[in-house]
Write a protein that binds this ligand. Structure first.
Ligand code: FES
Length: 164
């Protein structure tokens, strides 16, 4: 319970201005400080380059004994199929040439789950809408005895790494 104001003296509510000059200056200082902080943060952010980390395009896929003859092994991390057939080893891209979906190994080749393209075991288009065959990448044997796939170099479908 508050005491009644004495006549001639201002009541406590009379002393409070709804928006004093001091409050106005405080708001402005906060706004200016916020502007400086925001500018500083954006400047620092601008100085840090936007770097897109991509997986390496030349990579080891392990030793040849990992892939038994007749196998088609999907290497999800690298988006390639490692194929070991009677001709040798080769790497086929799992990226559909239509709109880039990842194809699945299927009976009789590869199927794209997105729009129904089908590829034969060599990656040739059996059914569209894919316009081109799946890419083949250069495969070689490194000095340490591991297979290396180089996705920067495409090869023809007659390519095969034969190990003696
Ligand atoms: S992305 Fe493969 S058929 Fe469209």
């Amino acid at each position: 319970m508050s005491l009644p104001a004495k006549p001639g003296n201002p009541s406590p509510t009379d002393l409070k201005e709804p928006f004093s000059r001091r409050l106005f200056i405080r708001f402005n200082l906060c706004g200016v400080a916020g502007l400086f902080v925001g500018t500083f943060v954006q400047t620092i952010r601008y100085l840090i380059p936007n770097v897109l980390f991509e997986p390496p395009r030349v990579f080891s896929v392990g030793t040849p004994d990992r892939y038994t003859e007749g196998s088609v092994t999907f290497l999800a991390k690298h988006k390639v199929f490692m194929v070991h057939d009677d001709r040798g080893f080769h790497a086929i891209s799992s990226t559909c040439t239509h709109l880039g979906c990842t194809v699945n190994s299927a009976e009789g080749g590869f199927d794209c789950p997105c729009h129904g393209s089908k590829f034969d075991p060599k990656g040739q288009v059996k059914k569209g809408p894919a316009p081109k065959p799946l890419q083949w990448f250069e495969t070689r044997l490194a000095e340490n005895g591991e297979l290396v796939v180089d996705t920067t170099k495409t090869v023809g479908q007659d390519f095969s790494l034969k190990l003696t």
